[in-house]
Design a protein around this ligand. Structure first.
Ligand code: SIN
Length: 280
C-alpha cells in the first residue's frame, strides 16, 4: 500500500517494492539539502524496508553524494577498491566492454563484512545503464533467520564465523600494491540489529570462510547449507534500475548481488558506504 507523507513542501510517497523487502521513495530530491524531517522519514523507511530506492533523481555530484551519506553516519573507505581522485570515500562502480570480470558483486554478500566494524549501509546511484540487464538482487536476512527451525536457531545463535577478504581482494583491484594487508574479522553467525533489535543471519559467500570451533568438514557443510538457505527466492527481490535511481541498503540485515549479464555493455555509478558498529 502506498504511504503518503506531507513534509514541509513535498509530497513524499513510500511504496513497498515487494511484501518481503524493499520500498520505492519519491518526492525527496537527493541533490538538495535533506531536512531533518526528511532524514527521519528516510531512516524509518530504511529500518522498515531494509532497502529503499529513490526514483526520479538527477545525477548527484561526488561532493553531494558524500554529503548525503554523511547524514547517516561517518563514511567508510574501501580497503581494496581504487579511490576516486580527490574523493576516497567514493567507490566507482564501472563495467564495460573492457571488463574481464564483474564489478565485484557477482555473489550475494554484505559489503565488506570482513571489517571489524562493517558498514551499516551503502548508497549507490547508477548513471549509465545497459539497455537491459544489470539488475541488483537483495535478500532479507531477518526472514532467512526466522525461517529456520528452533533447534537450528539455537545451534547458530552461539556460533561465530571468520570473514576474510584476502582470497577475494588480492590481485582483483590493484595488482601493484601487493604489500597491503586485507581485513579479516570474526563475527556472530546471527547478529542483532542495533536499531530494530531483530535477529538476522550474518554470513555470505564472498567473505565468510569458516565457522569457529567446527571441523573443516562440519563448517563447510553448515556454511554451504546457510548460503543456499539465505539465497532462497522467497527472501529476495530483483531491482530493475532506471537511470539515476539511488539505492540505500542496510548491510546488517540484507545481502545483495549484482547480475553480470550485460557484457559488453556499460554500467556505471558511484557508491558511498556508511560506517557501522561491531556486530553482536
Ligand atoms: C555493490 O555491491 O556495491 C554493487 C552493487 C551493484 O553494482 O548493483
Amino acid at each position: 500500500m502506498k504511504n503518503m507523507i506531507n513534509s514541509s513542501n513535498n509530497k513524499i510517497t513510500i511504496r513497498p517494492y515487494a511484501p518481503n523487502i524493499g520500498a520505492i521513495i519519491t518526492g525527496i530530491d537527493l541533490s538538495k539539502e535533506i531536512t531533518n524531517s526528511e532524514q527521519n522519514i528516510i531512516k524509518d523507511a530504511f529500518h522498515k524496508y531494509l532497502v529503499i530506492f529513490f526514483q526520479k533523481q538527477s545525477e548527484i555530484s561526488p561532493v553531494n553524494h558524500i554529503k548525503l551519506g554523511k547524514y547517516f553516519g561517518d563514511l567508510h573507505i574501501h580497503p581494496a577498491a581504487p579511490k576516486m581522485k580527490n574523493y576516497p570515500e567514493i567507490f566507482e562502480i564501472h563495467t564495460d566492454k573492457n571488463s574481464k570480470i564483474s564489478n565485484g558483486a557477482e555473489y550475494f554478500h554484505s559489503d565488506v563484512s570482513c571489517e571489524k566494524e562493517p558498514p551499516l549501509g551503502t548508497m549507490l546511484q547508477l548513471h549509465i545503464l545497459p539497455e537491459c540487464g544489470g539488475d541488483t538482487m537483495f535478500a532479507n536476512m531477518y526472514m532467512a533467520y526466522d525461517a529456520l527451525s528452533d533447534p537450528m536457531k539455537n545451534f547458530l545463535n552461539n556460533l561465530y564465523a571468520s570473514h576474510e577478504s584476502e582470497h577475494f581482494y588480492r590481485g582483483r583491484y590493484n595488482k601493484t600494491n601487493e604489500n597491503v594487508k586485507y581485513p579479516s574479522s570474526i563475527h556472530p553467525v546471527v547478529r542483532t540489529h542495533p536499531v530494530t533489535k531483530k535477529k538476522a543471519l550474518y554470513i555470505n559467500r564472498f567473505f565468510t570462510t569458516k565457522i569457529e570451533g567446527l571441523s573443516k568438514d562440519e563448517s563447510l557443510i553448515i556454511l554451504n547449507y546457510l548460503f543456499e538457505h539465505c539465497e532462497k527466492t522467497d527472501f529476495q527481490i530483483r531491482y530493475r534500475w532506471q537511470q539515476n535511481d539511488m539505492a540505500f541498503w542496510d548491510n546488517r540485515c540484507t545481502l545483495h548481488k549484482a547480475i553480470w549479464d550485460y557484457f559488453p555493455n556499460e554500467r556505471k555509478g558511484r557508491r558511498v558506504t556508511i560506517k557501522g558498529d561491531k556486530p553482536y
